[in-house]
Write a protein that binds this ligand. Structure first.
Ligand code: ATP
Ligand code: MG
Length: 205
């Protein structure tokens, strides 16, 4: 087993996972020199209602999407405990599992980074993890605003330009529900899974 010293923690709804997610995971892995990135579907987002696909479907799609990249590790960690999933708990569990010496980098898009002060225990999150914020088209991230709200992040934020892909799960769900194309925005294996299980049909987006 490879020793993991630098671990990325990448949570989200992943309903469904798309190339925007995968491209930024890979970018942060490279920029921050991470050994692995855990991709962790949330059981239920405390700040966001759940979407149609059941957690096991979202995890299955994450598994299909990560196949072929040994550094991207699908993780059922947040599905193994009752919702809601709080990032601070996830980080603590990762510290326990990988050892206190592990260097943790929490990966968020620019939109999610703006919400971070409203997450549970942002000060503790900043003490445990470094933050990689990936820019996202249509979303501005202002580090000064985050630092004013959570000073503990001082010196612990890396802003990453990223590939700037304007792909979102919300848009994909609408496209799927209305029969518009989604191909080339997510892995073929994920699209096959969606089709086979009739996910995100009309009335569900
Ligand atoms: P939804 O539209 O349902 O919110 P989403 O596309 O935003 O879906 P999430 O599962 O909410 O995907 O995102 C998980 C994480 O990935 C968040 O931190 C989000 O900011 C980030 N993210 C998602 N898509 C992109 C993208 N295209 N570029 C940069 N960051 C992204
Ligand atoms: Mg989102």
């Amino acid at each position: 087993m490879t020793t993991v010293r630098r671990l990325g923690i990448y949570g989200g709804t992943f309903a469904p996972i798309h190339f925007g997610h995968l491209a930024i995971a890979e970018e942060v892995r490279w920029v921050c020199d991470l050994d692995q990135v855990l991709i962790i579907p949330a059981a239920a987002q405390p700040l966001k209602p759940t979407h149609s696909a059941a957690p096991h479907h979202r995890l299955a799609m994450v598994r299909l999407a990560c196949a072929g990249n040994a550094a991207l590790i699908p993780s059922p960690l947040e599905l193994e405990r009752p919702p809601p999933s709080y990032t601070i708990d996830t980080l603590r569990i990762c510290q326990e599992r990988y050892g206190v010496g592990v260097h943790l980098t929490l990966i968020v898009g620019a939109d999610a980074a703006g919400d971070l002060p409203r997450w549970r225990d942002p000060d503790q999150i900043a003490r445990i993890a470094h933050l990689a914020v990936v820019e996202r088209p249509g979303h501005l991230f202002d580090p000064a605003t985050l630092l004013a709200a959570v000073p503990a992040f001082t010196g612990r934020i890396t802003v990453i330009k990223g590939p700037q892909l304007a792909i979102s799960s919300t848009d994909l769900r609408h496209r799927l529900a209305t029969g518009r194309p989604v191909r080339y925005q997510l892995p073929d294996a994920v699209l096959d899974y969606i089709t086979r299980h009739r996910l995100y049909q009309a009335g569900e987006a």
